[in-house]
Unconditional design. Sequence first.
Length: 138
Amino acid sequence: MDDIAEYYEQRKATLAQRKMLLCGDFNVAPSENDVWNHKQLLKIVSHTPIEIGRLDRLFKSLNFVDAVRKFYPEPQKIYSWWSYRNPNWQTNNKGRRLDHIWVTPNLQDRLLNAQIIKELRLGNRPSDHVPVLVEIKL
């Protein structure tokens, strides 16, 4: 995250006018509403202050907009990952939002919808992550 943030920071003037999307499994749940229990997870990988700080630096490097949070605003809890170690993942809902889709500010007005497709976690041999989708008007 530091390398990408530094790359963007050094090229901010050039990249500022570009329409860009940054997405992926960053393995960091930045907000207290991106985890099932903020206090319990502060010392657990994916929600430590160090990781959150690095992800925040990357987020601020091009003033990204969190496309998913535009449709699921705080303080709503949202998750895209549930551990395989939790057989009652649906009942307990001890998830984390580790998968992110960000857009540059010049794309935020083109965002039409976002979805976290939780029901795919119910499939046969599913991933511990579920798809996160954003619809953008081209």
